[in-house]
Design a protein. Structure first.
Lengths: 369, 465
């Protein structure tokens, strides 16, 4: 539905919830809602990003469809979240990518693979591509060091810039000040809630996901993805440190830190993304927003292929397949990171900002009690 | 439907809290149980889906309640609200057995909510279900299904067949037509008759057409009437019903909690003829809101209007429907369809009679009117700060008191006070034995849970388990 209708309907549904409040024990959305009587677009953006889509409230709702009030908070919040991603991004003309995540990821990955392949063939030659390379600097004989480090750094810096703009816009809209940013206790509470995925536990027994039964499977798969991602990030950082400061080039031995972290993280990502994809595939579509679901799927798929090709590369790095695998893996890495600011990854930024906002608000109320 | 011709040990009529407690108990004892819910799955659970909390006896505070609530205090509270319209023996059974619900309910999958900042004022005496009544009902249905209770939706009991004073079989109506089901025992747990407007009309006349039914449209009282016609002894005033003031824009059925309106003590209330008719500030709203349903039901066209000004708005829970707003009282009258001059004059007269004190919504303050009829005893402040707001009010029925007489084993009693051997009742169908009048928050669920369990246990025992 158009944005203004969505805001009108969001305010209508929140007004019903606010007169009921039966769900206040499930998550942060409802206690935050109770601090308001009227619901502006800014309020809804904030509440939507506090929602972890656990769906406990949907199955517990006496006003859920087919009731004539048609209260469907998970769906509403997902629609609003998708809106905030587009609204707060930069530049505005790229906001459209959020609506076509799968296409964007596929095209950019495919283009990247072709670009890298053509580059390798042009500058390194096909013999190099299909040869067995062993020992330090093996990867750089296929894709030179500069090509493998400069473009990724640019892409990552660009992504950080986009998210900084987005987070600032979100923070301003929720009328939070600079002072709130340095509220240490609120910051730590948000860290705890975010890193622990507190609200994927719903009221304690888990999400109603993929269906009306309570389950912690989504929490655990999400943990695998998130911490797998962090481990891979750590592996890359350590490798960069080795390269730049110890002058020690990849590939590293199987039991070196970058490879151990990378392998464990990669396996976690593969298992986690498959788990989440299966859950999403089986999930009840009634409380879902189709647009968000396809954004999720696109992000999970590119994460999966990035980790999977990374693991393949590790296994076959001493064979003639290394060159091709490296090209394909780098293509997926590029697809992942180029689309990062314009896809599901955005939820990390806005959810965290909303959790900080919530922690600040709750601390203020505790002060009043 | 498989094995539908085989006799069941226990036939449970109803699909709300009491019915599920009964079915689970009987099934746990080993009985073969059929449960009939008249609603579709989405609307299962009768009025229990609209509940929030349950009153229970406990000797000390715990993570979910803030203090002790012991038998005598519980009993005195009940005595107070019913004015003695209660059966002490049955009431004490409910109170004492309620103590075990705190553990029994979680064992069936129900989860409690810790007291939160904000709305709750019953955190000492009542346990709050996490997610409310529908979450509780979902847990019970899951447990019942897992245990092997046969559950049929859109099905209900019609005529009963008695042989030699014993229940023998029941006519069952469902989407696929009607059939006869034999069962060793029957548990009647399908609520009151508050959704049966033509039955309500027997006592209220045409006025009943304008009542709003807060809960399920399925509480038609068909089984209640069938039992009474079979010579079962009634209990409770047939005219009695718990009726509250609701926003008149509420849906006819199943509006639940959100359509209630708590604005009354913070302004004035007039009827269609623009006359005030009762002291809006007589007592705290939680103690008085239950009389306003009846008061409105007695007004012309069964409608009234709550009038407040801007400064009253923060003092009551937000309503689900936005108030009618206007810059002046005259404009508000037009928007509400009331006589303009009359409303202006009523408000002016009220404002003139207000004797200012210190306004305090948390106490029976000294803001009252003088020489006004009817008076407003507390929280009387002038209605003078625009914008002015109006809410149309109607009478909303929560439940009816008429039921069947039971003994402490939940057995239904016949007119001559002898118990039927194999017919049991639980929930709103027999709550009138214990709560013959008045209202005690979260007590309907207590009666339903305790007597549901008793009925299930006794029925299973009768069937040989």
């Amino acid at each position: 539905m158009p944005d203004s209708d969505l805001v009108t309907d969001g305010a209508r549904q929140m007004t019903i919830c606010n007169a009921c409040r039966y769900c206040e024990g499930y998550c942060a959305v409802f206690p935050a809602m109770e601090q308001r009587r009227l619901f502006t677009k800014a309020d809804l953006n904030y509440l939507a990003n506090l929602c972890f889509d656990c769906r406990d409230c949907y199955y517990a709702c006496q006003y859920a469809p087919p009731h004539e009030f048609g209260v469907n908070i998970p769906k509403l919040m997902a629609e609003l979240r998708a809106d905030t991603y587009r609204e707060f991004t930069w530049p505005k003309m790229l906001a459209v990518l959020f609506k076509h995540s799968a296409l964007a990821v596929s095209v950019i990955t495919a283009l990247s693979i072709i670009l890298i392949l053509v580059g390798v063939l042009l500058f390194q030659g096909s013999t190099n591509l299909f040869a067995v390379h062993l020992g330090e600097g093996a990867f750089y004989r296929v894709v030179p060091f500069v090509a493998m480090t400069v473009p990724p750094s640019v892409i990552v810096l660009y992504g950080l810039a986009v998210f900084t703009v987005g987070a600032t816009r979100f923070w301003r809209e929720t009328q939070s000040g600079i002072a709130d940013l340095i509220d240490r206790k609120a910051f730590w509470r948000a860290v705890k809630d975010g890193f622990g995925l507190a609200y994927l536990k719903g009221g304690g027994a888990g999400c109603n996901y993929p269906d009306a039964k309570f389950s912690l499977s989504r929490l655990w798969f999400h943990h695998l993805v998130f911490y797998g991602f962090l481990l891979d990030l750590a592996a890359t950082t350590i490798a960069a440190f080795y390269e730049h400061f110890l002058d020690w080039q990849a590939p590293y031995p199987y039991f070196s830190l970058p490879v151990v972290f990378g392998t464990v993280g990669g396996v976690m990502l593969v298992v986690g993304t498959i788990g989440l994809l299966v859950l999403k595939w089986r999930s009840d579509r009634e409380p879902a927003h189709g647009g968000m679901l396809s954004m999720d799927a696109a992000f999970l798929l590119v994460l999966f292929f990035t980790s999977f090709t990374g693991l393949l590369l590790l296994v076959f790095r001493e064979t003639a397949a290394m060159g091709v695998l490296l090209v394909v893996h780098l293509g997926f890495v590029a697809g992942l990171f180029v689309t990062l600011p314009y896809g599901k990854f955005a939820h990390v930024i806005y959810r965290y900002a909303a959790l900080v906002r919530y922690a600040v608000e709750q601390r203020r109320l505790d002060g009043q009690d | 439907m498989t094995a539908s011709n085989q006799a069941y040990d226990v036939l449970v009529a109803g699909g709300g809290n009491a019915a599920l407690c009964a079915a689970i108990m009987a099934r746990r004892a080993g009985a073969r149980v059929l449960l009939l819910e008249s609603a579709v799955k989405d609307f299962r659970g009768g009025n229990s889906r609209h509940t929030r909390d349950i009153r229970y006896m406990h000797r000390a505070a715990n993570p979910y309640v803030t203090g002790a609530y012991e038998e005598e205090e519980f009993w005195q509270d009940l005595l107070g609200v019913t004015g003695g319209a209660t059966d002490e023996r049955l009431a004490r059974v409910v109170i004492r057995e309620s103590e075990t619900l705190a553990d029994w309910m979680p064992a069936q999958g129900v989860r409690w909510q810790k007291p939160l900042r904000g709305t709750l004022h019953l955190t000492r005496s009542n346990l709050f279900m996490l997610g409310g009544g529908k979450a509780m009902i979902n847990a019970y249905y899951d447990t019942a299904a897992r245990l092997g209770v046969e559950i049929h939706y859109r099905s209900e009991v019609g005529e009963l067949e008695f042989q030699n004073g014993r229940f023998a079989s029941a006519r069952i109506f469902s989407d696929s037509g009607s059939r006869t089901a034999e069962a060793k025992t029957l548990i009647a747990a399908c609520g009151g008759f508050e959704a049966n407007v033509s039955w309500l009309k027997e006592y209220w006349g045409e006025a009943a057409e304008n009542f709003i039914i807060r809960g399920t449209p399925h509480n038609q009282g068909r089984l209640l009437r069938e039992l009474l016609q079979k010579g079962v002894k009634p209990v409770g005033d047939p005219r009695g019903c718990h009726a509250v003031a609701l926003d008149a824009r509420a849906p006819k059925f199943d509006g639940g909690i959100v359509t209630r309106l708590d604005s009354v003590p913070f302004g004035i209330v007039v009827n269609k003829e623009v006359k005030r008719f009762y002291d809006e500030g007589e007592d705290f709203w939680p103690k008085r809101y239950a009389i306003w349903g009846r008061l409105i039901a007695e007004q012309p066209e069964q409608i009234a209007y709550s009038i407040v000004d801007a400064k009253a708005l923060p003092h009551f829970m937000p309503s689900v429907f936005p108030p009618v707003a206007a810059a002046s009282i005259a404009e508000l009258a037009i928007k509400l369809g009331l006589d303009r001059a009359a409303l202006v004059s009523v408000v002016e007269q009220y404002n003139r009679s207000v004797r200012g004190g210190t306004f305090d919504p948390g106490s029976l303050d000294n803001c009252r009117t003088e020489s006004l009829d009817p008076p407003k005893s507390h929280w009387a402040t002038p209605i003078d700060m625009p914008p002015f707001y109006g809410y149309p009010l109607r009478c909303g029925i929560t439940f009816t008191y008429l039921g069947v007489r039971v003994d402490e084993r939940a057995r239904v009693l016949m007119q001559n006070d002898t118990p039927t051997e194999n017919v049991f009742a639980a929930g709103e169908m027999m709550a009138g034995n214990i709560l013959g009048r008045g209202y005690l928050a979260g007590f309907g669920l207590t009666i339903g849970s305790v007597f549901g369990r008793i009925a299930g246990r006794e029925a299973a025992r009768h069937a040989g388990f």
